[in-house]
Design a protein around this ligand. Structure first.
Ligand code: RB5
Length: 147
């Protein structure tokens, strides 16, 4: 899979570790920044990754900030994006199986390095189950259309 990754200043070291891990799982990963610890604004990177996913440039995305929350809220403003914050492996698997989340988000200040890798693997290994879950995603898309 082609994966877009982005982060703010709170998650630079974790982003590089996760990029290396994603490559070790034989996926392609493109870095949308930021690559320095200089204070920056997470909506900028949330938007970059969200647009890469929404346009089909990437199959899915990974976003990391301090908590995973701000950057996922920003990404979710882009049409077609379902970004989910996960702090455990079961949630990371379920957001793919049930919600077909196209962006995984987590917090570098919340989860440790080893757990972050396991969360990424749980998300990437899972598959959308379709069926009734597709109906619910269609309902979410309708909400988006109504706005
Ligand atoms: C940056 O200090 C911090 O606010 C950001 O990384 C994130 O946690 C926001 O949701």
């Amino acid at each position: 899979m082609k994966i877009a990754i982005g982060n703010d200043h709170a998650a630079v070291a974790m982003k590089f570790d996760i990029m290396e891990y994603i490559r070790s799982l034989n996926h392609e990963v493109t870095d949308y920044g930021t690559d320095t610890e200089e204070s920056c604004d997470y909506p900028e990177y949330g938007e970059k990754v969200a647009r890469a996913v929404a346009s089909g440039e990437a199959d899915c995305g990974v976003l990391i900030c301090g908590t995973g929350v701000g950057i996922s809220i920003a990404a979710n403003k882009i049409k077609g994006i379902r970004a989910a914050v996960c702090s455990d492996c079961a949630t990371a698997r379920l957001v793919r199986e049930h919600n077909n989340a196209n962006i995984l988000a987590f917090g570098a200040r919340i989860v440790g390095g080893e757990l972050a890798r396991d969360i990424v693997k749980a998300y990437l290994d899972a598959e959308f189950l379709g069926g009734k879950h597709q109906r619910r995603i269609d309902m979410i898309r309708e909400l988006e259309e109504k706005e």
